[in-house]
Design a protein around this ligand. Structure first.
Ligand SMILES: *[C@@H]1O[C@H](CO)[C@@H](O)[C@H](O)[C@H]1NC(C)=O
Ligand SMILES: *[C@@H]1O[C@H](CO)[C@@H](O)[C@H](O)[C@H]1NC(C)=O
Length: 416
């Protein structure tokens, strides 16, 4: 993973001497980090996803998956070789990250990261990275320097990337296995789209979908960034015309723009997180010790067309990409077809938080009401003073409030 390593070395205050302190629990501590005994070394602030897995003492395997349209995706797996439990063996868990993230978000919370909590509970854990993100930049014919490479929306991810990943997982699982899907944010929209489009296949392949910060329609979005949603097409046209697709989409370029200023000083770290929290929610459980990890892992790249597609959710549409005057040619109608979540046939479990400004409670409940009755398996409301959208993966209490309860629910569910 040499190449990944080069991209992922955080330009965090710290230099490359292994085991020098690189994170601190308060902003003030960062000023004297080097010889401050309150601070410590967190390898997730320095290393890439597969390296984190290995250095945390878990086995890791890497899979390259080719999609029907030639994209080459990377999945990482924490295989549970030793596990004798036939129930968990037959239920590999697939983790799907959100927008502008990578699977590293499920590895950024030390031993309390979702991927490790699941592995410790005996599950076979698969970490997906959809096309155009830092670990999945391959294609059989195209490179990231081709404008065409970035010409994909959530449709291709949901309808081509997910099935390809699921096939690979099932090829490496015992016969009759079914996948437990856990998504965060955009990762939840993708599975709903997949299940709505392929209800029969999804019933065969997926045992259950756990949706963390579910994103169906997001008309109640609290974040002030919602004002950008209506001008998404305008921004995208502008970017395409200037052929800036890669510059705004590729992880390496996004990082170059955002990470150095945001990690330059403790004040800047704090400022940047305040800007981010206008999206995630003001009341956060993410400690200052996680910020260098955050900026090592995010932004993780994604085609700007995916972002524009996601803006449709904010406008109240859960539908295929809007090609405007080309809709008729592509879809045989003037407006893009909706993804009909009434067709979702797998059990769905929602986890949402009251402090989330991006995928707020009202929208989670709206999703709940719109799902067919038989697929409403359950929901968990996190009602804490400080626990926002991103805390679902990076929060100090994520394990206590979300992951441990989820393991109980999962263990019970797969026995039934
Ligand atoms: C910490 O390091 C700084 C700069 O290297 C030095 O001036 C200071 O005396 C050190 N403090 C302690 C407590 O060692
Ligand atoms: C890749 O290129 C080959 C040779 O030009 C072509 O036959 C094939 O259809 C292309 N595949 C994709 C997915 O673009």
């Amino acid at each position: 993973m040499r190449i990944a390593r080069i991209f992922f070395i955080g330009e965090i205050l710290l230099i490359a001497y292994a085991n020098d302190n690189n994170v601190c629990p308060t902003f003030k501590d960062y000023y004297t980090m080097k010889n401050n005994s309150n601070c410590w070394y967190d390898l997730a602030a320095e290393y890439s996803a597969p390296e984190i897995i290995r250095l945390m003492g878990y086995p890791v395997s890497v899979y390259t998956v080719q999609t029907a349209d030639g994209y080459l995706l990377t999945m990482f797996r924490i295989p549970n070789y030793k596990n004798e439990n036939s129930k968990t063996r037959k239920h590999p868990v697939y983790l799907q990250h959100g927008i502008v993230a990578t699977c590293a978000s499920f590895l950024g919370n030390g031993k309390n990261s979702l991927a490790f909590v699941l592995a410790d509970a005996g599950y076979d854990v698969w970490l997906g990275n959809y096309r155009g993100t830092a670990y999945s930049e391959g294609h059989i014919n195209l490179t990231v320097y081709d404008q065409e490479y970035w010409d994909h929306s959530m449709d291709e991810i949901a309808l081509l990337d997910l099935p390809a990943n699921f096939n690979t997982i099932l090829e490496h699982s015992p016969p009759d296995s079914k996948i437990i899907y856990i998504g965060h944010s955009l990762g939840t929209s993708l599975s709903l789209m997949y299940s709505a489009e392929y209800p029969e296949m999804s019933k065969k392949v997926i045992k259950m979908m756990i949706l963390l910060c579910p994103a169906y329609t997001l008309t109640h979005m609290v974040s002030p960034y919602r004002i950008l949603a209506p001008i998404g097409d305008f921004i995208l046209d502008f970017i395409k015309r200037l052929r800036l697709d890669r510059i705004v989409s590729q992880a390496e370029e996004q990082k170059r723009l955002i990470v150095p200023p945001c990690t330059e000083s403790p004040e800047m770290m704090q400022n940047c997180m305040q800007w981010y929290n206008l999206f995630y929610g003001r009341n956060t459980d993410l400690g200052p010790e996680t910020i260098p990890v955050y900026f090592n892992q995010l932004p993780g790249g994604t085609s700007i067309k995916v972002v524009n597609h996601a803006a449709n959710l904010v406008l109240g549409y859960f539908r295929k990409y809007n090609y405007k005057k080309f809709n008729n040619k592509l879809y045989g109608r003037d407006h893009p077809p909706e993804y009909d979540i009434k067709k979702v046939k797998v059990p769905v479990y929602l986890v949402y938080t009251t402090q989330d400004w991006a995928t707020p409670e009202a929208d989670a409940l709206n999703l709940w009401r719109n799902l067919p009755e038989e697929s409403r398996y359950g929901k968990l409301k996190i009602d804490r003073k400080a626990f926002n959208h991103i805390d679902m993966v990076y929060g100090r209490h994520a394990r206590q409030w979300v992951y441990d309860p989820l393991i109980q629910i999962l263990n019970k569910f797969i026995k039934s």
